[in-house]
Design a protein around this ligand. Structure first.
Ligand SMILES: [Zn+2]
Length: 831
């Protein structure tokens, strides 16, 4: 397997000569050569750069790394005409063997708990025997006083470096883009990077990162070789800052911001994509010569051109040929710094595996990676890279084979049927987080839902994927042979277009429900298309839903797909609701992604309730609670893996299901609990009026912008009712601390007694609510219900804090029964 990065032919001189430039830059800027991509990808470990290291301590925020042993240092590979002294400044890699020690002590309580989950300890204190360092900060200068150079062959240490580098590459983790960027920048500080991969005694290889370009600079992660997974053990901002404050302006550290894309994309019947993409962007920091983009490496770039017509050098990982992922960076290098302010780049690229032919007239266009987007150079391994905090204008020209139809995000502003090509042009009505498209042999069904046109593009032929789907129990389970015929017929006619009308009606219904509950739909159309997988994805004004959602109930039965509501109503409504959760309102950081997935899951349940019956809503809620309380493969209760706020970090090698279970299910519960606290049973016309007012306020306030958990909390505080003011300070900290920033599902034991009161006709209700299974500071608000005959009313709320909440009150009547939590108002277990 090829593991090195592909070297795009040789840098500036060649490309500038090819562009007819009369001024070769080589003589003028020798550093160009010294810091070429190749030099960074394959550092040179010289005999003279081997040293013994004694008593060195590197302080990196909450971490201390000490080193005693032998070290070999790496510098940019053999430059043509490089100069010795200058090079020494550029040492950026080291391999170490000896006795090392890592101590990492996070300050934040949640980070201590995450470290306990992964390592068993609140403070990581471990020895290591080998280390590989990559850095663009002053590590080398810090180590210098502790080094005695002993020129010798660095053989083994060089091998160690290369082995570790190869293992990173297999995870799609490449530090080269960041090293090159840091070394070529006029101001290296904003890019300062320190990576230490340490072979520890207790835990094997661990990677510590301190990255100035990341709002949460400090990170410790482990790469799991067997599962190809990366587990983030801890991640937090430097200097003890609160992670809630560092993403306030999520793009603050981006040195450039994209404003507009003009894309000209052609696809052919063999699913090859060719594109010319012009990117307009603003450079916000002077002295930047390297810009990092992300692009699917299946798309091979042939040219990157500046507005003045000059070609620029660029680097991509090897073509993965479908076999492996080596990162998705696209590194663009200029011989002179990009000017601050408006810039333009034109990218030409093509590739075969970004679109897949999945049946006759049936194509799957992946939603991500088909045009260059901002990147921090850390490929899929970046938690901080967040497309959904960005909003950009798109102008997309799409050319597909003439017999097909096409649909894309934005508004269709033009269409031309040429001889063998169907050309459409799509413009974003408002800036969007992402653009996507679909094409194929479609049946199109259009319906109006209020102001919005619902357009279903359903394939006329079934996906090939259906051939490989196992049928549950085979046809043998149909005892009567006369039943088999209809089944085969039904399965043969699994072209999604049969269900197009039903899907159009349901998506229209979903959209109108969401508009009522959450606020106006942001775009003029909503297109829906089927994809050959079991998931869906919502792009602005274009949603991709699973082919399974295009099966009728008979077909779903034949495939053993039991939960029809989850596959149809809830699923489609979930995807539809991402028009609000992700697009109408984005999210600021990975911590806040529950505002998208949790809210979407809730939206799906809400639709099931209104489309079917309230029982469906409660069934889905209870199933969600059940999921949260189940144990995963390591016998950890899903809910206990971490707080909602940990976002994607909830999934790790040991706990792969953490993210989908906690973020989707608990996220939905959080919104449900807010709904129930705001629920007004007196308002018979619309008991959800207050909840809806809050959600409308949220989508209006953050319209087409990203929001954070704290932003949402502020909106909740604006709409909270007096009974929700548990701490008497007008804040909802108690709620978010318990359910979003903390973990725990409480168990409640409720005891009460009703006896005659001091006066005739009065009754004294007294009792206690016992809380267990959560930390002692866990707070919640639990409603009491009075039952009288067949009637039940919500009578009040108990402010629960600590293990016992006693209460008593005088009543003018004697209730038949008193209970708690009848509306599943709180995520809890009632004993
Ligand atoms: Zn979703």
């Amino acid at each position: 397997m090829v593991v090195s990065s592909r070297i795009v032919p040789h840098l500036l001189v060649l490309s500038l000569l090819a562009a007819g430039c009369a001024r070769p830059l080589a003589a003028r800027e020798p550093v160009e050569y010294a810091l070429s991509w190749e030099a960074v990808a394959s550092p040179t470990f010289l005999d003279k750069d081997v040293a013994s290291v004694l008593g060195a301590r590197l302080e990196r925020d909450a971490a201390t790394i000490s080193l005693d042993g032998m070290c070999a240092f790496g510098r940019p590979g053999t430059p043509a005409g490089g100069q010795g002294d200058q090079e020494r400044q550029k040492v950026f890699a080291a391999a170490f063997r000896g006795t090392g020690h890592l101590r990492l002590a996070p300050n934040l309580p949640t980070e201590k708990r995450q470290l306990v989950l992964h390592s068993g300890h609140e403070v990581l204190d471990t020895e290591f025997s080998e280390a590989v360092l990559v850095f663009t900060d002053n590590t080398f200068e810090e180590l210098a006083p502790h080094l005695s150079f002993q020129p010798t062959d660095p053989g083994e240490l060089r091998i160690l470096y290369n082995e570790r580098k190869n293992s990173w590459t297999h995870y799609g983790l490449n530090w080269e883009p960041r090293v090159l960027k840091g070394l070529l920048a006029a101001q290296p500080q904003p890019h300062a990077l320190f990576v230490a991969e340490l072979n520890t005694r207790q835990h094997g290889w661990l990677t510590f990162v301190l990255d100035a370009a990341d709002p949460e600079e400090v990170e410790l992660h482990q790469l799991d070789a067997s599962q190809q997974r990366r587990s983030v053990w801890t991640k937090f901002p430097v200097e003890g800052r609160d992670p809630r404050h560092v993403f306030t302006e999520p793009l603050a550290r981006h040195e450039y911001r994209v404003q507009r894309y003009a894309l000209d994309v052609s696809v052919n019947k063999d699913a090859e994509l060719k594109a010319v993409t012009e990117v307009q962007f603003t450079v916000r920091r002077p002295g930047e010569r390297v810009l990092l983009f992300a692009l699917d490496p299946n798309l091979r770039v042939s040219k990157v051109t500046r507005a003045d017509g000059r070609d620029l050098s660029f680097f991509q990982p090897d073509d993965p040929h479908d076999r492996f992922f080596l990162g998705d960076y696209l590194v663009v290098v200029s011989s002179a710094p990009f000017p601050t302010g408006e810039n333009h780049l034109r990218f030409e690229y093509a590739g075969e595996r970004v679109i897949r032919k999945v049946g006759a007239g049936n194509y799957f266009c992946q939603s991500f990676g088909w045009y260059p987007t901002f990147s921090d150079g850390r490929s899929g391994a970046s938690l901080t890279r967040n497309q959904f905090a960005v909003r950009v204008d798109f102008d997309l020209t799409l050319r597909v084979p003439g017999e097909f139809l096409a649909v894309a995000t934005g508004k269709k502003v033009d269409q031309v049927q040429q001889e063998d090509t169907y050309v459409t042009r799509w413009r974003s009505e408002i800036p969007l987080a992402a653009a996507g498209f679909a094409f194929g042999e479609y049946k199109v069904v259009t319906r109006q839902a209020g102001e919005t046109s619902i357009e279903v593009y359903a394939n006329k032929n079934p996906h090939d994927a259906f051939r490989s789907l196992p049928m549950v129990g085979g046809l043998g389970r149909f005892r009567n042979p006369t039943e088999v015929g209809p089944v085969l017929l039904a399965l043969q006619s699994m072209n999604p277009s049969r269900l197009a009308d039903e899907v159009a009606i349901e998506v229209g219904n979903s959209l109108q429900l969401m508009e009522k509950v959450f606020g106006p739909y942001p775009y003029s159309k909503l297109a829906v298309t089927n994809i050959p997988y079991a998931y869906g994805q919502g792009w602005p004004s274009l949603i991709y839903v699973s082919m399974l959602s295009f099966l009728d109930s008979f077909q779903r039965d034949a495939f053993g797909l039991r939960d029809h509501v989850q596959l149809t109503d809830t699923f489609r409504a979930h995807e539809t609701s991402h028009q609000w959760w992700g697009h109408a309102v984005g999210w600021k950081s990975y911590h806040d992604q529950w505002l998208s997935e949790g809210f979407a899951e809730f939206s799906g349940m809400l639709y099931a309730m209104l489309r079917r019956e309230p029982g469906e809503y409660f069934r889905l809620l209870r199933e969600g609670r059940q999921r949260l309380l189940e144990h995963d493969e390591t016998q950890t209760v899903y809910e206990a893996i971490g707080p909602l706020y940990a976002g994607r970090r909830l999934s790790s090698a040991d706990h792969p299901g953490g993210y989908p279970v906690v973020v989707y299910q608990k996220g939905a519960w959080v919104l449900h609990m807010l709904r129930m606290m705001l629920y007004d049973p007196q308002n018979t016309k619309n008991p959800d009026e207050r909840f809806m007012a809050m959600m409308h306020d949220f989508t209006r306030t953050y319209f087409n912008q990203p929001a954070s958990t704290e932003d949402f909390k502020a909106i909740v505080e604006k709409h909270m009712l007096p009974h929700m003011d548990v701490d008497g300070n007008g804040k909802m900290d108690w709620f978010f601390d318990s359910w979003v920033y903390g973990t725990g599902i409480p168990e409640y034991q409720f005891e009460y007694n009703v006896e005659p009161g001091p006066q005739e006709g009065q009754y004294l209700l007294s009792g206690v609510l016992r809380q267990s299974g959560v930390r002692s500071d866990f707070r919640s608000l639990v409603p009491l219900f009075f039952h009288q005959g067949k009637n039940m009313i919500r009578a009040g709320w108990l402010r629960v804090r600590g293990p016992e909440t006693p209460f008593q009150t005088l009543l003018p009547f004697r209730p038949d029964q008193v209970t708690i939590n009848e509306g599943e108002d709180v995520l809890c277990i009632v004993k």
